[in-house]
Design a protein around this ligand. Sequence first.
Ligand code: HH2
Length: 269
Amino acid sequence: MSARALVMGVVNVTPDSFSDGGRFLGPGAALEHARRLIAEGADMLDVGGESTRPGADPVTEADEIARVVPLIEALRAESAIPISIDTMKPAVARAAVAAGAGLWNDVTALRWSPDSAAVAAGLGCEVALMHMQGDPRTMQAEPRYEDVVSDVCAFLSARAEAAMAAGVERSRIWLDPGIGFGKRPRHNLALLRRLDRLVGLGFPVLLGVSRKRFIRSVDPSAVEAGDRLGGSLAAALWGAAHGVAAVRVHDVRETVQALEVRRAIQEGG
Ligand code: HH2
């Protein structure tokens, strides 16, 4: 096994994701896409049924379950790949874990419902706690920080403590700085520059930089999400070099290749 960062491939079953524009809506198309990401070398898959795009419309619990559960069941029937469920809702997490997901990826860091932390503890699954200022509808309105790196580290430490107080085992917790969630470009760049501070908290770090808007702040010509592969790879390599455990990406093949080349240079083949 190589020591490189793990690659988490994104499988959206949504009509309105910012990065892939709903091309994968529908369980059949989403399953095909998931198979492709596995063939391209994904170490795990992140299945989501609700877009967290700024301004995205909320989805009901029942609709979200109906989007993600058939896909997770179908994947489980043919593959042992670890699956995470990207949801804020405890009922969706519960249904997804029953269908075979092993990690609850929660962009609200278990704050969406007062039951979230207890449900996570009861499920016994891994949990990724992500930082977000505000909520998806309003988060880009006017993000403010005293010191973004210290603020995000303090928030994530507190959320990890809250999860553990509710019974989630320490060894099951991941932290994620939430690149693009209630942050200006300078905030995203500062968080990336000082990833060592987050890694230093002692939990595995998950990093989502793929196709994100901050890349456009560096290259104004990268208007569409699909124009941002170079920046996505640069940021993933930066994350790997600074100790993140996993990167959440859309372009699995290219990211695996980039990380493997970096590893081969470092380890000599
Ligand atoms: N980013 C997105 C969604 N979920 N989860 C974690 N832990 N970290 C992230 O950075 C993260 C995330 C946004 O990306 P995408 O899935 O492409 O968009 P959408 O939420 O519209 O589906």
